[in-house]
Design a protein. Structure first.
Length: 325
């Protein structure tokens, strides 16, 4: 129960990405500032955390050994991922973005054939079925929002779907790189990997910040504070809570599945906070049904993933890494 409680708390803090990004868009903040500021602020905030969790030395050694891999996977897993979430924030309510991003729950499994050349490239049929249910739920949510005729909303759906696949692809790609270079690069824990990806992505964020300044001028003060809130809430607090929760029950399939399934509550948190704070409309009709399908699919998929992960330490490692956002 403690692990589930910590996972639920982490979902609440992860929700800050959707709600505060939407709030930043509402005050006129450019999406490129929202994306770049979050990771420019996160890097110094992570310094004391990574010092406590193994130090920066092994991270820097691993990056220097294979800089191309770190630059490439950080671009996929962090830059493409968060640019998509930030761009979509102005196109629909926070619950819609939160619900669509839950595609990432099955995206890691569906990306397996692109990464692995061993037994891990197999996609379980159960995962495919549950994935189709989640996709159907996302489409219902979008169809119910604005009567399904909001062109910007459908563009945002595609963008968030790309982000949902880019995130686990980048994280699992880095894990595979470290696995194949074991013995030649230091072994890194989850916090060190997240810090390394954040550090390696900094050139891209600096370029994006220069672009944001050129097209929109300096960011509003409110946007800076909101992105700092995301950096602390989602980037630090939520990540630590989730790693702690899943680490406590990593060898117990049922509690692990329950902890993983708590990410479905992000839709509920985003809905309530968006309605009460941002004045967004409650989901109804097809959108409400779609949200229910997404949450139900997450619960079932978490059970399937937890059972297989406890039998395969490499897959468990991928699952733990896939939430360092």
């Amino acid at each position: 129960m403690l692990a589930v409680g910590l996972a639920l708390a982490s979902a609440l803090f992860f929700t800050s990405s959707y709600v505060l990004n939407r709030a930043a868009a509402n005050v006129g903040g450019h999406w490129a500032w929202t994306a770049s500021l979050r990771y420019l602020i996160t890097l110094p905030l992570m310094l004391p955390l990574v010092h406590w969790q193994g130090g920066m030395g092994p991270v820097w050694q691993a990056i220097r050994a294979r800089p191309g891999a770190w630059l490439g996977w950080s671009t996929v897993g962090f830059v493409v991922f968060y640019m998509g979430l930030s761009y979509a924030a102005s196109s629909g309510p926070s619950w819609l973005v939160a619900g669509t991003f839950q595609l990432t729950v099955v995206a890691g499994t569906l990306c397996a054939p692109l990464l692995y050349d061993d037994e891990r490239r197999r996609i379980p049929w159960q995962a495919l079925v549950v994935g189709l249910v989640i996709v159907a739920g996302v489409l219902l949510m979008q169809a119910g929002h604005g009567g399904g005729i909001d062109r910007a909303g459908w563009v945002a759906l595609v963008v968030v779907a790309i982000a949902a696949f880019a995130y686990p692809l980048g994280n699992r790609g880095l894990l595979l790189h470290l696995e194949r270079n074991a013995g030649r690069v230091p072994e890194l824990n989850a916090t060190q990997r997240v810090f390394g990806l954040t550090l390696a992505s900094q050139p891209a964020w600096i370029v994006l910040a220069l672009y944001a300044g050129a097209v929109s001028g300096p960011p509003p003060v409110e946007q800076v504070w909101m992105t700092a809130g995301v950096a602390v809430g989602a980037g630090i607090i939520a990540t630590v809570l989730f790693f702690q929760a899943t680490g406590m029950v990593r060898d117990k399939p049922v509690p692990l599945a329950a902890a993983e399934a708590m990410q479905g509550s992000e839709i509920l948190f985003a809905t309530v906070i968006g309605v009460l704070w941002l004045g967004e409309a409650w989901p109804s009709g097809r959108s409400l049904l779609g949200a229910g399908l997404v949450i139900g699919g997450i619960v079932v998929f978490s059970w399937i993933a937890a059972r297989s992960a406890t039998a395969d330490e490499r897959e468990a490692k991928a699952l733990r890494s896939a939430r360092g956002r």
